[in-house]
Design a protein around this ligand. Structure first.
Ligand code: NAD
Length: 465
């Protein structure tokens, strides 16, 4: 067979790709990684017997180590995730890891309620479930795993992850760190477990296993529905499509800045990120003007919007996974538009039914819907949230409007006059989580979410008032 130049180039490319893969593959045995789900659950069950007998101080030591390791490896995890999934932005992912390391609650979140009176003392104690089964997304793979593990271990549980197959290298790297953190604190191995090759079948085994007491699922609508149909207690952190409403009382310049900052964070991957805007007619032009002139937005023409629809969605209307979590410049490049590096978001005015607006794209594409007045804006925003009850945002100085919006949209998160990420404690008060239980109502999860309440009663004594 004749060897031509093209063939040589193809072979060199293939070898280089293989060498790159090997170079990136974490070396040595990774702790907590198993070939099959039953083994993983059995190992996590053994580890839980140890954890439940550890003092809160010892558990907190494990968590301190997880925080430290998360910070030390933030850049590595961020790079791995972007490389493996092809989605997101390294500096933003580093920030997400730093945030979770600093602001995810640990054992301090486990508190006791007490009644003390003539008839004695009654306590409500928060106890562990045992082994938790967790399903994690591709959009925040290691963030979700590390954040879940901190809360679950603080509460005295261990956890088995059925991580997203497209983010398995990053996910398992995080699982290994968690086990190293435990061993270094004198705790057991396998406080967090995962599989080499997770599948839908391994997920099914997990969801029906007798030793799994609770399932915590973070992902799109499919996974939450599967968990809720499993017959098990499930925490369902599902999809969102958060609208940002802007009324005429808002500081429009700041609203433009906050919305674009939130929308472009990690290339719009966070489930809480602004996915579309609904603005009252009198401020739409000014808002878009600021977005274009000051916030690095590209105003897409009708023709470009049509090309984007044909590119980012499949003919059946599903997401083109090659476009999810990509930056604005890359997305525009895919439709033949070249823009400078400072372009970070694609905007246009459109109807709420436009698929670029109504679908949860997880891309920095921000449609702006014009509303006649506040009532109309509220109605359109509620429609766009699709009843996910996940997240919504508003830019307004009218507290009556804010209150009406909050009641009507009824979401787990409502950020006022700030970028969406303020909801995670980034530029806002409060703790951090990457599992927002929108469907099942726990809201932002933390250690206490992963506990069972136990009433502990001492009648007619121990009241010393
Ligand atoms: P995805 O739904 O494709 O996958 C999430 C996880 O569920 C993966 O581990 C996947 O393997 C698994 N999975 C999917 N369908 C399943 C089924 N039928 N049975 C069992 N397991 C199943 O989601 P993704 O693309 O990785 O993440 C993005 C989605 O997750 C978005 O919709 C986003 O809004 C949502 N999300 C929600 C939260 C939250 O806290 N509410 C956080 C992050 C992401």
């Amino acid at each position: 067979m004749a060897v031509n130049e093209q063939m040589v180039q193809d072979i060199v490319k293939e070898v280089m790709a293989k060498m790159q893969l090997q170079k990136d593959e974490p070396t040595g045995k990774q702790l907590g990684i198993f070939d099959n789900m039953n083994e993983a659950i059995a190992a996590a069950k053994e580890a839980q017997k140890v954890i439940r007998n550890m003092s809160m101080d010892q558990r907190e030591q494990i968590i301190t180590n997880i925080r430290r390791k998360t910070k030390e490896n933030a850049e590595m995890l961020a790079r791995m995730a972007v490389e493996e999934t092809g989605m997101g932005n390294v500096p933003h992912k580093i920030l997400k890891h730093q945030l979770l390391a600093e602001k995810t609650p640990g054992t301090e979140d486990i508190v006791t309620e007490a009644w003390s009176g003539d008839r004695g003392l009654t306590l409500i104690e928060m106890g562990p479930f045992g082994v938790i089964g967790a399903i994690t997304p591709t959009t925040n793979p290691s963030e979700t795993i590390l954040c879940n593990a901190i809360g679950m271990i603080a509460a005295g549980n261990t956890v088995v992850f059925n991580a997203h197959p497209r983010a398995i290298k990053t996910s398992n790297f995080a699982v290994n760190l968690i086990n190293e953190a435990s061993l270094e604190a004198g705790g057991p191995e396998n406080v967090a477990c995962s599989l080499k090759h997770p599948t839908m079948e391994s997920s099914d085994i997990m969801m029906s296993h007798k030793d799994i007491q609770l399932i915590a699922a973070t992902g799109g609508p499919g996974v939450v529905t599967a968990v809720l149909s499993s017959g098990r207690r499930g925490i369902g952190a599902g999809a969102g499509n958060p609208p940002a409403l802007v009324d005429e009382t808002a500081d429009i310049r700041k609203a433009a800045q906050d919305i674009v900052n939130g929308c472009t964070f990690d290339n719009n991957l966070p489930c809480i990120a602004e996915k579309e805007v609904v603005a009252v007619s009198s401020v739409v032009d000014e808002l878009m003007d600021y977005m274009v002139k000051e916030q690095g937005c590209y105003l897409a023409s009708k023709e470009e919007q049509d090309k984007l629809i044909a590119t980012v969605l499949t003919p059946k209307g599903a997401l083109n996974r090659d476009c999810v979590g990509r930056d604005a410049k890359t997305l525009l490049g895919m439709i033949g538009v070249t823009v400078p590096d400072n372009i970070r978001c694609i905007i246009f005015e459109g109807e709420k039914e436009n698929p670029l607006i109504s679908k949860e794209l997880m891309m920095p594409i921000l449609g702006i819907v014009r509303a006649k007045d506040f009532d109309d804006a509220l109605e359109q925003a509620v429609w766009l949230e699709h009843g996910n009850r996940h997240s919504a945002h508003i830019h307004s100085k009218n507290i009556d409007n804010i209150t009406r919006y909050a009641k009507a949209i009824d979401t787990a998160i409502l950020v006022k006059n700030a970028p969406s990420y303020a909801a995670l404690g980034f530029g806002g008060e409060g703790f951090c989580t990457f599992t927002i239980a929108s469907r099942t109502g726990e809201g932002l999860t933390s250690a206490r979410t992963f506990t069972k309440k136990r009433r502990c009663v001492m009648a007619d004594s121990l009241c010393i008032r």
